[in-house]
Design a protein around this ligand. Structure first.
Ligand SMILES: Cc1cc2nc3c(=O)[nH]c(=O)nc-3n(C[C@H](O)[C@H](O)[C@H](O)COP(=O)(O)OP(=O)(O)OC[C@H]3O[C@@H](n4cnc5c(N)ncnc54)[C@H](O)[C@@H]3O)c2cc1C
Length: 620
């Protein structure tokens, strides 16, 4: 080992030791504060949350170098779920200089606590606030999307679900040659380090050598066990939905290790940044456009602004990869002159390539605000100040409520009797959402905290995985640099209303007939819309259709398909007409994944890196 490397490792060791001591001191001080402010009845919840965060292990500190370089071989725009993977994998080629531009800041440590999923919600330092147009039945509200290294993998539900193997038939039909089920599986396995031996033993479907730790949550609370019993009673099978089964229920696999979340930033970037001098990560760097030469149609540079608003231009010697997500990748393409010519012209942007498919469809899963609710009595006991302090200790031992998001990990996938018989993808996913009926944390007044592991009610939420209508994303032609105009489609097709209503009816009947639920004192409350649907027979399909339309619906957080393979990208993710510009993220999907979108996005990041390497003369 060279002297320089030895010195580097020693310096890192010392810095970790120092930070560990500081963190331990922080825990003691925060716990003292939380205790000091707590009496028998209540706790200083803010100090308590701080002591949870202070108890987290110290990662190797990322190498933060804010200097701006004038050129790089590859520029990756967006250090989110996919971008972290792409940049990390490209930097394996040591002769290449990789620049990753991320608009947001470094990932804060609190994101590692599974029970604090929404800790940075509504914080403008860490989130984009995106306005959505009013359309019929739309109750999604505006979109809050993570703006930091790791992107949405930092604050999402952590669930790792690959979708249906039958998804790939749709990809192939859309022109995504080479994106077969087997090829996707190859990259799922490449990324995965499955930590549950009973799952990992299925080596045909699971990987154990990848950078992304995947496991079930280590702690199963009583309500999760109760829901499992109710589903089994209803004849549903417990399966591995990332294995060969496409229907049934499972305790979800998650991107985590022990009790801590592992975003793609932690899994793919933090170690690599520390050790690879050819990987440069700039945070607070917001790309404004890709500079594309009008004659050669090649991407030559990226223009971005720093946190002081100063503009910089970095030359791209080989390629640019956009991984800014389903909203901002198409926006950046349009600002760079690639997109529907009519919109670009109206905004005064010179047209480099007329691609009407950019933003033409905005795909997403949809669901109703119609929730069968289960009020819990015996399976939950609300925390006390003492038990919350003990939960910190359990968390540091990789267990306890803070390492979970409660029963939301029980996921079911099933077919609707109203879906086409020849479509192998199950159209229905039920999520079990935690909620609270009154205060669930014994917080003293003036302090606040929320932890998704403390709840006393669950709501069953039905997600339609293959809705019949999609939304769209267009340039704001009056103020093109402002966020694009987003219209989502929510229950605007009667078939979706019918499928949803029937799904809800079936689930209510199952839950009401469940001995497991009634024996545990759980009360099932069917959804209603007050007097709005009194003309319909309560509990009928027509009744639930009426309740759905009266209460509206929403899209999930799975926006995708705004720069799809087929109309915008070729199968190697290259923008049609601009061969050294690619899009690799949720925007690239030609078909809506039949499940949550993070795992497919990570898979796309892995494959994208291999495509770039192969097209630039590297063996993969
Ligand atoms: C609340 C929530 C819960 C979810 N739960 C789950 C779940 O449990 N399981 C699951 O599978 N999926 C889940 N999803 C969906 C999933 O997380 C996303 O589909 C996926 O992470 C998207 O990845 P991406 O790489 O396309 O975009 P992102 O992860 O959003 O990455 C885009 C990155 O680009 C940056 N960026 C944008 N514009 C610019 C610019 N101009 N310059 C520089 N940087 C820029 C952004 O700041 C961001 O970091 C959830 C999503 C949300 C919002």
């Amino acid at each position: 080992m060279g002297r320089h490397r030895k010195v580097k490792i020693f310096a890192r060791y010392m810095s970790i030791m120092f930070e560990t001591c500081a963190a331990m001191l922080g825990v003691v001080m925060a716990m003292t504060l939380a205790y000091a402010a707590s009496d028998q009845d209540c706790i200083n919840a803010t100090a308590w949350s701080e002591s949870v965060i202070a108890s987290l292990p110290v990662d190797p500190a990322p190498k933060v170098d804010k200097s701006i370089i004038s050129e790089a071989d590859f520029i990756v725009v967006g250090g989110g779920t996919a971008g972290a993977v792409v940049a990390s994998r490209l930097s394996e080629v040591s002769k290449w200089q990789i620049l990753l531009l991320e608009a947001g800041p470094e990932e804060p440590r609190g994101t590692m606590v599974p029970a604090f999923g929404s800790i940075y919600k509504d914080n403008p330092n860490y989130e984009w606030a995106i306005t959505v147009q009013d359309t019929p039945n739309e109750k999604s509200g505006d979109l809050n999307r993570a703006k930091m290294l790791g992107g949405q993998s930092v604050n999402n539900g952590m669930v790792y679900i690959r979708g249906s193997k039958a998804d790939w038939k749709c990809w192939e039909e859309a022109g995504a040659t080479g994106w077969t089920a087997e090829e996707a599986l190859r990259y799922y396995k490449k990324s995965e380090n499955n930590l549950n031996p009973d799952i990992a033993k299925d080596a045909r479907n699971h990987g154990t050598g990848g950078l992304l730790p995947v496991q079930r949550m280590p702690y199963l609370d009583n309500t999760s066990k109760l829901i499992r019993a109710a589903f089994k009673e209803a004849g549903m099978k417990e399966v591995d939905l990332n294995g060969d089964a496409s229907e049934g229920f499972m305790f979800a696999q998650n991107v985590m290790k022990g009790s801590k979340r592992f975003s793609t930033n932690r899994a793919y970037l933090s170690q690599q940044r520390a050790l690879r001098s050819n990987l440069k990560v700039l945070t607070g760097a917001t790309a404004r456009r890709v500079v594309i030469d009008q004659r050669s149609k090649r991407a030559t540079a990226v223009e971005f602004t720093d946190t002081d608003g100063k503009t910089h231009v970095v030359k791209a010697k080989k390629e640019v990869v956009l991984s800014a997500g389903a909203i901002f990748s198409p926006h950046l393409l349009m600002l760079s002159g690639v997109g529907p010519a009519d919109q670009l012209k109206a905004a005064g942007i010179p047209v480099i390539v007329d691609l009407p498919g950019v933003g033409e469809k905005l795909m997403n899963h949809i669901g109703g605000m119609v929730h069968p609710t289960i009020n819990l009595t015996k399976t939950v006991s609300l925390p006390t100040p003492a038990s919350m302090m003990n939960d910190i200790k359990l968390f540091s031992e990789d267990s306890g409520p803070l390492s979970t998001q409660g029963p939301s990990k029980v996921r079911t996938f099933e077919r609707s009797p109203y879906q086409p018989a020849n479509d192998k993808r199950p159209y229905l996913q039920w999520e079990v959402t935690r909620s609270s009926n009154g205060r669930t944390i014994p917080a003293c007044s003036g302090t606040s905290a929320s932890a998704s592991c403390y709840y006393n009610q669950v709501k069953m939420t039905l997600v339609l995985l293959q809705p019949h209508k999609y939304g769209s994303l267009k340039l704001n032609t009056t103020h093109p640099t402002e966020q694009p105009v987003i219209a989502q489609a929510v229950f605007t097709d009667k078939r979706d209303v019918k499928i949803h209503a029937r799904g809800v009816k079936d689930m209510v009947e199952r839950l009401q007939g469940s001995a497991a639920l009634s024996d545990s004192g759980a009360a099932v409350v069917p959804p209603s819309a007050g007097s709005a649907c009194s003309k319909e027979k309560a509990g009928s399909e027509e009744y639930y259709q009426c309740v759905l339309l009266a209460t509206g619906g929403r899209t999930w957080s799975h926006q995708s398909g705004t720069c799809p393979i087929g109309t915008v990208l070729d199968p190697r993710l290259r923008v049609k007409g601009v061969p050294n510009l690619r899009v690799a993220d949720a925007a690239s999907f030609p078909c809506l994944s039949n499940g949550n979108t993070m795992a497919p996005v990570i898979m796309i990041g892995e494959k994208a890196a291999d495509l770039v390497k192969a097209d630039n003369g590297e063996n993969v």
